[in-house]
Design a binder for this molecule. Structure first.
Ligand code: HEC
Ligand code: HEC
Ligand code: HEC
Length: 466
């Protein structure tokens, strides 16, 4: 008995010691921070076009840092859009990239810092190496560990050449003097020690040299993989997270509730959710660049399937980022998404038919409030209002987005392909929880649709968490 105790105690001590050493390395920056700052020679080698960046548009330029050419800046501007840097680093109505936008997380609120080249409050004093360290290692110029609400666990896969282009672009912006807002995180998440522990557990810096490409796949697939899992950070929303906010490595792009935002980002590898393997490639490209598939925008003759349009956070992604994708990159992303192996769906018991009274009430609400746009048969109207019949966004097992949409309404993104999107009014004041549950249940079970009924309590939770 005693021996077992002492062996266990010793084992624990060794473990604690090892954890301590790792934490210290993290805090001091030896595990991939200042210690492995690239030398000038290394940086030059890194800046050479690699397999992954060779296909990027416009053509990559291996310019020495400091002598940023107009081409390099233009490429940086394009890449900053692919990464949607503006999204988190611009306050509503504020100067572009000057920071101040609140990002809600389960651990508190963070504020995107100022990325303009102001010397006092922005990145004015940052070198290209400092910038690389932030994007690749998640460390600020002063060595501080950065919170992964800044999606560097994805950006760490970006090549040095692409990072340098983004740096050149940001440094060319007009400097804006705007002090960064302090984050408001709860203890213990506000400590560097907690962050260091998180990183030991969940963060592995990428290679960042483009050499992790899969030679067995074509250049297009590789370019798509590079964008989806790197700069475009699709997994930041579409990969489920664990309780500590880390992406679950075994369920990449498998669909997840976005913490604190209360939207469900559906699985990109399941046809029943957001998988696109069976779509014509042009529809995937259309969804990324216009926010709608061709069937949803074009007159009936063009194409009958699939009908889909983006909403909520995905509408923002299309608005700020994917609508600007070059033709080549949009096709590359589509190629990659379509090649994702279909994830098996665990068999779920068939949902019982909802109570008749609920369906009747839902039908009345639908007729009074929804049918004028979405049609008496849920057929929608091409180019204006999405069909609800057969719409997988309506049928998701997780009803959060449907309830969100009814409570909050929203706009499809304004894009070149859909310049004046129609909007949907919010119903949070007009309809009580029971009404919303009834109409949601109705649209999930009318016109051949079939999905589990929505409870008052589901609506209550969505409303409450707003
Ligand atoms: C989802 C939101 C989000 C996106 C998208 C995002 N950032 Fe950030 N970024 C943050 C947050 C939050 C911080 C602050 C992290 C901290 O202080 O620990 C941050 C910090 C940074 C920093 C460190 C700045 C400093 O003063 O310490 C840099 C540099 C940066 N981001 C660059 C970028 C670039 C470049 C992109 C686009 C490729 C980008 N960010 C996209 C949220 C985001
Ligand atoms: C900020 C979070 C976020 C990011 C980043 C994000 N998505 Fe989404 N995405 C969502 C949400 C939420 C939905 C569900 C709402 C909807 O259907 O539009 C969604 C829906 C989708 C759909 C299904 C659309 C439909 O109507 O069938 C596709 C496809 C998709 N995303 C692809 C992507 C790709 C590719 C990327 C990376 C380029 C990406 N998403 C990045 C949040 C995100
Ligand atoms: C004035 C016209 C209008 C009315 C009335 C209206 N909607 Fe909508 N609805 C829209 C538009 C436009 C969109 C697309 C918005 C977007 O993409 O963000 C939409 C989107 C939706 C979506 C998301 C579909 C998808 O593919 O992601 C659902 C679900 C929905 N509406 C349900 C309803 C219900 C239920 C009602 C009645 C309570 C209703 N709508 C009333 C115009 C309307």
């Amino acid at each position: 008995m005693k021996r077992v105790f002492w062996t266990l105690a010793l084992a624990l001590l060794v473990l604690a010691g090892a954890a301590g050493v790792l934490l210290l390395r993290e805090l001091r920056g030896e595990g991939g921070g200042a210690g492995d700052r690239p030398s000038v020679a290394q940086a030059a080698a890194d800046a050479a076009p690699t397999a992954a960046s060779a296909a990027s548009a416009p053509a990559p330029v291996a310019a020495p840092v400091g002598a940023a050419t107009a081409d390099l800046r233009a490429r940086g501007a394009y890449l900053a859009r692919v990464g949607n840097c503006m999204g988190c680093h611009t306050a509503r109505g504020g100067a572009p990239y000057a920071g101040g936008r609140a990002i809600e997380t389960p651990f508190g609120t963070l504020y995107g810092p100022n990325l303009t080249p102001d010397a006092q409050t922005g990145l004015g004093r940052w070198t290209a190496d400092d910038f690389w360290r932030a994007l690749h290692h998640g460390r600020a110029r002063d060595g501080r560990l950065l919170y992964p609400a800044f999606p560097y666990p994805d950006y760490t896969h970006v090549t040095r050449a692409d990072a340098d282009a983004i740096y050149a672009y940001l440094q060319s912006l007009p400097p804006v003097a705007q002090q960064n807002r302090a984050h408001a995180l709860r203890f213990p998440y506000d400590t560097q020690l907690a962050l260091a522990a998180w990183r030991v557990l969940f963060f592995t810096p990428g290679r960042g040299d483009g050499a992790d490409a899969d030679p067995a796949r074509g250049a297009q697939w590789n370019r798509g993989a590079y964008l989806v899992n790197g700069l475009a950070h699709c997994g930041a929303c579409h990969t489920p997270r664990n309780l500590l906010g880390a992406s679950q490595a075994d369920r990449v792009l498998g669909g997840g509730l976005i913490p604190a935002q209360n939207w469900y980002a559906p699985a990109l590898d399941r046809a029943s959710e957001a998988g696109v393997a069976h779509w014509p490639r042009e529809d995937v490209v259309a969804l990324l660049r216009t926010g709608l598939t061709r069937a949803a925008s074009a007159p009936p003759a063009a194409s009958a399937t699939p009908q889909a349009s983006v909403s909520g956070p995905m509408a923002e992604v299309v608005l700020r980022s994917t609508q600007y994708l070059s033709d080549a990159d949009a096709h590359a992303i589509a190629t990659y998404l379509q090649a994702l192996p279909e994830r098996a769906v665990p068999p779920t018991p068939d949902a019982p038919a909802p109570p008749r009274r609920l369906m009747q009430r839902g039908a009345e609400i639908y007729r009074d409030h929804c049918a004028q746009c979405h049609g008496a048969q849920g057929q929608g109207e091409r180019g204006a209002f999405p069909a609800l019949a057969g719409n997988r966004a309506v049928l998701l097992a997780e009803p959060t987005n449907l309830v969100r949409m009814i409570l909050q309404g929203g706009y499809a993104p304004a894009t070149a392909g859909n310049p004046r999107p129609y909007g949907m009014p919010p119903y949070h004041q007009l309809l009580g929880d029971e009404d919303v549950a009834a109409v949601a249940t109705f649209v999930r079970n009318a016109w051949g649709n079939h999905a589990a009924a929505v409870d008052n309590i589901d609506v209550y939770h969505v409303r409450d968490r707003r």
